[in-house]
Design a protein around this ligand. Structure first.
Ligand SMILES: Nc1nc2c(c(=O)[nH]1)N[C@H]1C(S)=C(S)[C@@H](COP(=O)(O)O)O[C@H]1N2
Ligand SMILES: [Mo]
Length: 517
């Protein structure tokens, strides 16, 4: 007996819903926005003549959107079944149906909110899931039909079982993805809403100080926007913490435990500063570094209220997601601006950067200090603790190492041989940068100009003018910190406590001024 039409349409349906579930789940995990199906429904409302929409709303009351989504869902359900049927004869016909559905979804997403690559990912994943699932499901059906023609009963039973097994796994997987997406999406939407409604007293918008820029196009912006800020964490799904649920507990080797709610925290005196933070796993010349205007509450004051006991030298910070880091107590109690930050660049922290509260400590790498979604600080001794990364071989102390980077020209780029400009950034947080030098082809070091910065906790921009022979050259950069120490040229990898070495690039000097700066 040959396969029935219904088996093929079921294959189309199961594959179709698996694709919807995958795209829904991804949309919920990577963005806070609605998923492609809802975007389609919204576009239908937009494109339908006003009169019809009004009559529909009159008829259906405020259920109109739900009804519309159900209609769209019913429509795609029919298309899924049809795609399955088409798969009986050709592989390309269902591919076109699914492809066309993905294009409609992509266009709707685009029209609803403009597009970044991230917004289109759920559509792409949905399409890939459709095609993979459909081919996995139709493959046993095809074999079944071959077996039916050759009257091989054993193999027919086998293909039936395989079809049911694969279909069953896909249905279960789709349900699981739907549940995950729903849970993640609901949490995120709530928190995003709470974040949008927050008003933070004492938090001001960033004003980029005069003089920080060297005015060379291509050099990384001195102030980093939240969207351009690097992100490093172990969270696959970003923790979503409601400000109203957030609490910080300061305990351990203290005289009095301190417990703070979010509203108690933001009532306190706000401290604000430009601080550059970077990642210990940033390789020489890498871009895991950013500079922002942070607003928050000084940790030193909170620790003083708790009363730190004799013998403590560390604070074990714990994130809402269980991640931990051990921070030298001295860096949290000395005069530097170590803070529980609530805002980045004048707005509540983005969820990815630790909303509602994260730690910022000038001068230390992120992995020992910059705890995002921080909920607990335990005053303790380094001898008694192990934190997430120190367990994995990274150094206990994480002072930032003086470093510098060439942004212009990029490696392999070109500049004018006569008067060509080169530039980049240099940092040595909490010590400060006193100067930057460049060297061409291992020649003498030549001083670069540097921007003037408001404090020792940020990076500086630098630029220099070169006069070299036309042709291929090598360029190196090194920084001098404010204690007079030279950035080391000794090459070391990022493990265990940060990379060292001078950033080195190759470039071509050209006769005419066709620099790409
Ligand atoms: N909860 C949590 N906080 C964390 C991390 C993490 O994995 N989980 N990573 C740290 C590391 S290694 C760095 S470099 C900084 C990066 O901060 P950003 O993502 O805001 O740039 O966050 C730190 N805080
Ligand atoms: Mo990091």
């Amino acid at each position: 007996m040959r396969t029935s039409r219904s088996a093929w349409s079921i294959a189309g349906l199961v594959a179709g819903y698996a694709g919807l579930a995958a795209s829904y789940c991804l949309a919920m995990v990577v963005t806070i926005h609605e998923w492609p199906l809802v975007a389609v429904a919204e576009q239908v409302i937009r494109l339908t003549p006003g009169g019809i929409v009004e009559r529909a709303i009159g008829l259906l009351g405020h259920h109109d959107k739900t009804v519309l989504q159900l209609i769209v869902l019913l429509l795609v359900t029919l298309l899924f079944a049809w795609a399955g049927l088409l798969a009986r004869r050709t592989w390309w016909a269902p591919t076109i149906v699914f492809g066309a559905l993905a294009v409609v979804g992509g266009l709707a997403v685009h029209a609803t909110r403009g597009t970044t690559t991230v917004d289109l990912l759920p559509v792409a994943l949905g399409l890939a899931t459709w095609l993979v699932c459909l081919s996995l499901l139709t493959e046993p059906l095809r074999r079944h039909d071959v077996a039916a023609r050759t009257e091989e009963p054993l193999s027919r039973d086998h293909t039936r079982r395989e079809f049911l097994l694969r279909g069953g796994i896909m249905v279960a997987g789709s349900i699981a993805l739907g549940v995950v997406g729903r849970t993640v999406g609901r949490g995120r939407r709530h928190v995003e809403e709470a974040r949008r409604l927050l008003r933070l007293p004492g938090v001001s918008a960033p004003e980029v100080p005069a003089g920080v820029r060297v005015g060379l196009p291509g050099v990384t912006s001195w102030a980093t926007s939240a969207t351009d800020f690097y992100r490093v964490d172990t969270a696959i799904v970003v923790p979503t913490v409601e400000p109203s649920d957030w609490m910080l507990r300061i305990h351990g080797m203290v005289d009095r435990e301190v417990v703070l709610t979010y509203s108690q925290l933001i009532e306190r005196q706000v401290t604000q500063a430009w601080v550059t933070i970077n990642c210990v796993s940033n390789p020489v010349g890498g871009d895991l570094i950013g500079n922002a205007w942070w607003s928050g509450v000084r940790i030193a004051d909170l620790l003083a209220e708790a009363g730190v006991q004799e013998g403590a030298d560390a604070v074990l910070q714990t994130s809402d997601d269980g991640w931990t880091c051990g921070t030298p107590l001295a860096a949290l109690t000395d005069s530097r601006n170590a803070m529980l930050a609530v805002a980045m660049n004048g707005s509540p922290l983005p969820i990815e950067h630790g909303f509602p509260v994260r730690t910022i400590v000038p001068g230390l790498y992120g992995y020992v200090s910059a705890c995002k979604w921080v909920v607990e600080m335990k005053v303790t001794r380094f001898d008694d603790i192990e934190a997430f990364w120190t367990k994995r071989g990274w150094s206990e102390m994480g002072p930032v190492k003086t470093a510098s980077r060439i942004d212009v020209p990029e490696d392999g780029g070109s500049i004018a041989a006569s008067g060509g400009r080169v530039g980049g950034v240099a940092w040595s947080q909490h010590t400060g940068i006193a100067g930057v030098e460049v060297s061409v082809d291992n020649g003498p070091w030549q001083a670069a100009e540097i921007g003037t910065v408001p404090n020792a906790d940020t990076w500086v921009q630098w630029a220099a003018t070169l006069d070299v022979e036309p042709g291929d050259h090598q360029l190196q950069v090194r920084a001098l910190d404010r204690t007079g120490a030279q950035q080391t040229g000794e090459v070391q990898d990022v493990l265990p406590d940060g990379a060292t070495g001078w950033h080195t690039i190759q470039f071509t000097a050209t006769e005419e001024d066709d620099s790409d700066g």
